[in-house]
Design a protein around this ligand. Structure first.
Ligand code: P61
Length: 459
């Protein structure tokens, strides 16, 4: 087989800046050892997130010029709505400024104290929006998801037996909706199979519970279905996507991922009454229903991005990139979450730095060292992002996985960038015994990882 190449030519470039280790040590210290607080000018390769970091195509930039900025009824809205409907089939398409705005509207209407919202795994903004309204966010992913070495092809799957037991336990009346995150970001960008979506739908239907997809990486999920579920070997990804959405009653979407844009999102709903209520909230807090917090040009770019993201040469290159870097670091014995997922490589921090106790954040130690060693910015997805402190005992409650995510912006970096990233990871792994833990010096109650500050724990 020949090399799978980047299926684009580069028309515009943006320089990136090398710094010395000495400079980076100062920069990191000044940022309270929080990589979210570093200026992007001081980052060489930015793998903090794949969200809003895509390179847009020439056709998307052309859409930016031709966007219609009318307050009401802009033609860009209709293009956006029609494209979203073509892929999802949902009736009401409500634009929002990003994914969490769609979540806030949905859970503002449906989450309240005494309600439970099960999912394979909620991402942190989803969990935060549910809990902010007083409801409980419940993760019911299959057990293989918690084993970083299991090669299960669909580690994002919902545990169907646990879901049904859970519904029977708390009562369907207390469950306003069920969710599936495709792909499962907090669990390693792992896909959910079509079979599992169908089974989840069947259980939800049996108890009269609506099913919503958190669809930000729907195209990557569709590609995995094509690769790994024999029934879909000959289907195109648009057809697969349509079928995935056909089992759901609605979705939330951050367009900053698989719509290949830098800002945007939407909420899609079939239910007329719920859609009416959502539009009311939208008008009060986001904007008129035909723009919802976005400019007409953004809607135009989303419509174009949704078309491009389903091109199979793009998806083949996209998923291969992650697999390629996984193969490289595997040869050096670096522990990471297998099989590699859709949008990111996840280092297994607990195995990488087992000498650092979880309350001292091994993932943070690795993320900081990747920056110090090679100017690479990554993101801890472990005890800092999802861990909690027990209010009674003051003890640290660790999440199931302790990961460092290196997320790949779409169409931004080339193969040599990723070769460099693999070299830096390997170097940090070779010197892993020198890694030291961290502790908080400042912490906030919601999404604390954004603003927290740390200091190294003295040895
Ligand atoms: C990310 F550190 N993800 O992965 P919004 N659902 C899912 C997401 O992955 C997601 C959203 C909903 C981000 C950005 C991010 O603490 C963090 O458009 C599966 O970002 O509002 C976002 O979509 C929300 C990074 C978000 C974080 C929160 O990097």
């Amino acid at each position: 087989m020949k090399t799978i190449i980047e299926p684009f030519r580069i028309k515009v470039v943006e320089p990136i800046r090398m710094t010395t280790r000495e400079q980076r040590e100062k920069i990191l210290k000044n940022a309270g050892y929080n990589l979210f607080k570093i200026s992007s000018d001081d980052v060489l390769i930015d793998l903090l997130t794949d969200s809003g970091t895509a390179a847009m195509s020439d056709a998307q930039w052309a859409g930016i010029m031709s966007g219609d900025e009318s307050y009401a009824g802009a033609r860009s809205f209709y293009r956006f709505r029609d494209k979203v409907q073509e892929i999802t089939g949902f009736k009401h398409i409500i634009p929002t400024h990003q994914g969490r705005a769609a979540e806030r509207i949905l859970f503002g209407l449906l989450s309240r104290p005494g309600t439970y919202i099960p999912s394979n795994t909620h991402f942190d903004t989803t969990r935060a929006n549910i809990e902010f309204q007083g409801g409980s966010a419940v993760d019911l992913v299959i057990p293989e998801a918690k084993d970083t070495q299991s090669l299960h092809p669909f580690k994002g799957n919902m545990d169907i037996v646990r879901l049904e037991n859970f519904i029977q336990g708390v009562g369907a009346d207390h469950i306003p909706l069920c969710m599936l995150t495709i792909t499962n970001n907090s669990g390693g960008g792992q896909p959910v199979s079509m079979e599992n979506i169908r089974q989840t739908k069947n259980v939800c239907q049996k108890y009269g519970i609506p099913l919503f997809l958190d669809a930000c990486r729907f195209a990557e999920n569709a590609w995995f279905i094509k690769l790994r579920e024999p029934e879909f070997e000959h289907s195109d990804c648009k057809t697969i996507s349509r079928e995935m959405f056909s089992y759901a009653d609605g979705c939330t979407m951050s367009a900053k991922k698989d719509a290949l844009v830098n800002i945007g999102g939407f909420l899609a709903i079939n239910d007329d009454e719920l859609a009416m209520q959502a539009r009311n909230v939208l008008i009060v807090t986001e904007g008129f229903p035909t723009y919802g917090g976005l400019a007409g040009r953004d809607l135009e770019a989303i419509a174009q991005g949704l078309e491009e993201v389903l091109h199979e040469d793009y998806l083949a290159y996209r998923i291969r990139t992650v697999e390629y870097i996984g193969e490289k670091i595997d040869r050096d014995g670096v522990p990471f979450l297998k099989p590699t997922g859709g949008h990111a490589l996840y280092l297994d921090a607990a195995r990488f730095a087992p000498h650092i106790p979880l309350p001292q954040f091994p993932g943070q130690a690795i993320a900081c060292e990747l920056y110090l060693e090679g100017g690479i910015r990554s993101c801890e997805i472990g005890s800092i992002m999802f861990g909690k402190t027990d209010a009674k005992t003051g003890k640290h409650i660790a999440p199931p996985l302790e990961l460092v995510r290196l997320a790949f912006p779409r169409r931004v970096y080339t193969q040599s960038h990723f070769d460099y990233v693999a070299e830096v990871i390997t170097e940090v792994y070779r010197n892993r015994e020198n890694l030291k833990g961290y502790r908080f010096t400042y912490e906030t109650p919601y999404l604390r990882h954004f603003t927290a500050e740390f200091e190294p724990v003295p040895s």
